[in-house]
Design a protein. Sequence first.
Lengths: 244, 482
Amino acid sequence: MKPKATLFIQCIVDSVFPKVGQSMVRVLDRLGVSMNYPSDQTCCGQPAFNSGYRGEARGAAKRFIEIFEDAETIVCPSGSCVSMVRNHYSDLFENDHRWLERARHVAGKTFEFSEFLVDILKVENVGASFEKRVTYHDSCHLMRGIGVSRQPRTLIANVNGVDFVEMHDADRCCGFGGAFSFKYPDISTAMLEDKVRNIEASGAGVVVGCDMGCLMNIQGMLNRKNANIKTMHIAELLDHETQS
Amino acid sequence: MKPNPEQYTATARTAVADPVLQKALAGLQDRFGRGTALAYQQLPEGPDLRHVAHDIRMDAIQHLDSLLDELAGNFRKNGGQVYFAQDAKDAVAYCLKVAQENNVKRVVKGKSMVTEEIRLNDALDDAGIEALETDLGEYIIQLANEGPSHLIAPAVHKSKEDVGRLFTEKLGIDYTDDPPSLTRVARKALREKFLAADMGLSGCNLACAETGHITTVSNEGNIRMASTLPRIHMVFMGMERIAARLQDLDILLRLLCRGAAAQKLGTYVSHISGPASPDNLDGPEQLHLVILDNGRSKMLADPDFREMLCCIRCAACLNVCPVYGKIGGHSYGFAYSGPVGAVVTPLLIGINRAADLCQGETLCGACQNACPVNIDIPRMLLLLRAKLADGDEKWQVSRRSSLEKAAYQFWARIMQNRRTYDLAVDAAQLLQRFLPTNRGMLRFLPPPFNGWTKSRDMQPLAAETFAQWWKANQKGDAHGKR
């Protein structure tokens, strides 16, 4: 039987980085995954939740649950959004047993893209090629929130021709933090400068990650500095020059 | 030092631009952050002992009332005196009373963050009593008239050149920046003070209810001298710093030393159970234990924040926090800095006053992983933000920003419907055409997002959303199945 995935394309990929979603679709398609995309989805509620607006986040969460609860498996190209659904929906509904039950049900079948490939599909090599030196940034909610760090590394290391190097402090926060990035720009910038310095020191031409929030932050400074280093979501890397 | 968490953003801005501080903080985190993670791995019981310790701490906090009774009873049985202080004023008054009754003129102090919290030094100074810090780092910042910038390494913000200049000015020595020479100078000055002191003050790393004793840890031996040489020893402890049984204390002590300095055990660990007696000639004539509430009961009463009382103030979270690693301890504007400060300070001195402390963090979670008792600090930061977002009667919090509230209400309405979401994306696409670009990215964003473009460009919205692409490209049936 063909594996199934219901696509959860978070707002930032939908509106700013749709190519990431397209790459994910192509990679899953090649692996024989049958996909559907609920077209009325918007946002999981994380921006409001992280800023303390729980009532507003709860509205978005209920909507998300209603849209996705009948899915068999939900796959999302973001560790942060999956962490929201998996770890924090229960905070939103702690006083509402009926919704809590539904939230837990959805949380149990929501997976981040690289986690879905390695842990669910048991795929460690998708047959992609990429002849460049690549480093990897651990996003905080992906790594510490849902414990995913081995899976993306395995997938990257198995890309044909890739020269995978670890940067110093790969698991240290890049300074994004959602609203933090523009509410506390001086602190955020100082943190990001460290991250960019470590990326540059790795000698990589491409920094790969699993969360567009962090990558947008890193890319923003690389571009401002006119640096010759690109950011790439892991779906884009795995979609690169795939051998048939 | 007066609390000033309101200055968080301004102090942080100065800190990130200070190369000496940046170097010191990076060195501290490189050494201790990594060392502590390794030390947990090497625990005989394995790193999961942190979870055991969390349960031990939570259990003690849930039974705090009876454990404190037990501690006080046993401490008195051992010949010590116990005072329960309601707040800072009460604790300070007790200390001054004992000092005055015993004609105390000179006090030596071991490092104690609780006495920083209640600003005891200022009070002793006002009463004409000389209070001298004897931890080398605390001694340095006392000479410089500054507050601690780290729970364990209070003078981490000072370079050896800073200390050289400070000692030249305050102690009249010839300038040197050689750490052993500077330490010798401090040692000599402090020795004389130890021998002349009438009273020693110390903190308490842990107290044990079962035995009625307190435990202190230091790496300089100064606490041992402050607690044994003067005729009176007064211990200050936060009321949460208690282990029910000796076997609990053993586990917590081993984790504390690993969390604080990546050590298996601190160099000087003292278990102090009572004053000198006819059978036991060592120790001071009087031993006082001041157990401080000062807002902790309120934390205990709230199940949301009770977990914060598990904290044993080891500073492991400071040694990994990427925000602390940039802004240093003074930005937090209170005795407690770093992730622990970001939660404890708002709860102790006011959530509105210290709003920036809990909002100026990225929720990266490194603190929880480093915590020897696995406290879920991000969870509590999120709860504090919720109180600031909507106000809270119990904690007397007023809504921080009606404008921001309105913005998120607007956001919520947009997100409730795919059509309004698409309209919002369309509108933003139109507006972004008027913004300046750099190499294909936006170089300037309007307020409130302009903080982003101070140092970064922003990827513009795509011409086509993923949803539009999917609709145009789907090959499957009407339900979108491929």
